[in-house]
Design a protein around this ligand. Structure first.
Ligand code: ADP
Length: 492
């Protein structure tokens, strides 16, 4: 698949520090590869500690002036960024598909989704109001003012290369913070393109800095930011082990943290559910990005009375899914991101089968074309899944639907909550009392009730337990980048 980007300006291929596009200090680069074939097609700087430090120097210097820019002016710049993202929607969509592998329609959909956060936070920038507090004694005035926290370090994952950048950088800029960013090594090109557009939108030099790094260098870059007391906040989306590492390593400088980590979402179909709606909701929630999202249902519990009917309807839908390269407009499921990912999916399916699960459809890797590495996985349904199987305990992050049968509401809630994770949960029911009972009982940050597509820029996205803390999107997403200064004026 050729990289047909009309606006080649979107491919700077370098770091952006203090308003200048530059190579890594030592000139090192690493390759970006096509998830479908594993073949390299671009290269970007492989940054080291020196580059990371330079980025913080720039962000720290720029913070002094950016924080004083009136909110409305910051909002105008962010809105211009949004306009430029939308004007380049096709190219950005192609870039996402090229480096991440999601079908082109989904790639373009992600750009629109990313832009919605930029637009939202451009608007929210002007609403970071404080409070006037009723004083307990005469002669005093008391206020709570909101201030930007300072330099923010953003570390992002590969599954939504544009949306993850937008959800972090737009609120940071809106709040008056400056940013140093390291995108995922699998998908650095989209983030560089977005930074290029931010530059064109008028984000001043030093306010937004980005350094790319290979997996080997990622920790060296992050360590500089974790140790530097000038970095006041880490915002991270990725795996729970890395999130915990960042939390531990930032303890010495007591940084504010937003951690959006792994999930293990349950999807429950009660006996009173609208089965057709439940099948549709599961298709939407499970197969977005080929199952590679942190809110994808990872465990599906279906009541025994409707189990066979549900599985049969779902099988028809899953067998109709078209797997293929992102460049083919017919594709609905693209390649998985890399060999590590597809091997994990296969390991989960093998483990389930060995422990007694039944493959209804799929259950194997695919090799479309000859000689290509098998980064494709057949959409799969497993039944008879037990809690001890790897696919029920760990995030599979692929197009696999593991189904268990249940008979009792209290028991299925216990099973749904029996995980260290707590990001999203979904359930289908038409009983209004059950809806609120189950909603209250689920230990997650997000609940989809009769709905499989829950993310929106106006909604607070985030988890509890091992899925992390902090919220992205909504007015709460802006608060993550601000602290409160209480002012008490006396002698009045
Ligand atoms: P995944 O397994 O999905 O790649 P990770 O949590 O490993 O999820 O990666 C998410 C982001 O965290 C990526 O940008 C990656 O480079 C970065 N990362 C990985 N390891 C570290 C580390 N030790 N310190 C800081 N960042 C890291």
């Amino acid at each position: 698949m050729p990289l047909t980007i009309l606006n080649t300006d979107l491919l700077p291929g370098r770091n952006f520090i203090a308003g200048t596009w530059m190579e890594a200090e030592d000139g090192a680069v690493f390759a970006v590869s096509d998830p479908a074939t594993g073949k390299d097609f671009a290269s970007v700087p492989d940054s080291s500690a020196g580059d990371a430090r330079r980025a913080v120097d720039a962000a720290d210097t720029a913070f002094a002036s950016w924080r004083k820019v009136p909110a409305r002016q910051r909002a105008l710049i962010i809105k211009r960024w949004n306009d430029l993202i939308l004007a380049n929607l096709d190219d950005l969509g192609r870039l996402i598909s090229r480096e991440q592998g999601k079908p082109l329609a989904e790639g373009k959909g992600e750009v629109a989704y990313a832009a919605s956060y930029v637009e939202w936070f451009g608007e929210e920038a002007t609403r970071a109001d404080g409070d006037i507090i009723a004083a307990p004694v005469t002669g005093r005035r008391m206020f709570a003012l909101r201030e930007p926290v300072g330099v923010v370090a953003a570390i992002t994952p590969w599954n939504f290369p544009a949306a993850m950048i937008a959800r972090k950088i737009a609120p940071a800029l809106a709040a008056g913070c400056t940013v140093v960013c390291k995108p995922a090594e699998d998908t650095p090109l989209t983030s560089l393109a977005l930074v290029r557009l931010a530059e064109q939108a008028g984000v001043p030099p030093g306010v937004l800095n980005i350094v790319t790094a290979s997996r080997q260098q990622a920790a060296h870059v992050a360590d500089v930011w974790l140790d530097d007391p000038r970095v006041r906040k880490i915002t991270f989306t990725g795996s729970t082990p890395v999130g915990k590492l960042l939390a531990r390593r930032s303890a010495d400088t007591l940084k504010k943290l937003s951690l959006e980590l792994g999930g293990n979402a349950p999807f429950i179909v009660f006996e009173d559910a609208d089965l057709e709606a439940a099948v549709e909701g599961l298709m939407v929630a499970k197969f977005r990005n080929g199952g590679q999202t942190c809110v994808c249902p990872n465990r599906v519990y279906v009541h025994q009375d409707v189990h066979d009917d549900f599985v049969s309807r779902l099988t028809t839908r899953v067998q109709a899914l078209v797997v293929g390269p992102a460049s083919d407009p017919a594709s609905q499921i693209g390649p998985m991101i890399n060999t590590r990912a597809v091997e994990k999916i296969d390991r989960h399916v093998r483990d389930a089968v060995e422990k007694g699960a039944h493959i209804v459809t799929g259950g194997h890797r695919l090799e479309p074309g000859s000689g290509a590495p098998a980064h494709y996985y057949a959409p799969t349904i497993l039944t008879g899944v037990q809690a001890s199987m790897a696919c029920a305990c760990e995030e599979t992050f692929g197009p696999v639907v593991p189904i268990s049968c249940f008979g009792d509401e209290a028991d299925v809630i216990r099973q749904a909550n029996d995980t260290p994770f707590g990001l999203a949960a979904y359930f289908y029911s038409r009983d209004v009392r059950r809806i609120w009972r189950v909603t209250d009982a689920l230990e997650t940050g997000i609940v989809g009730v009769n709905e499989g597509a829950v993310a929106a820029e106006s909604a607070p996205f985030g988890g509890v337990k091992d899925s992390g803390y902090g919220r992205e999107g909504s007015r709460h997403g802006l608060e993550e980048y601000m602290h409160i200064k209480y002012v008490c004026q006396g002698q009045l």
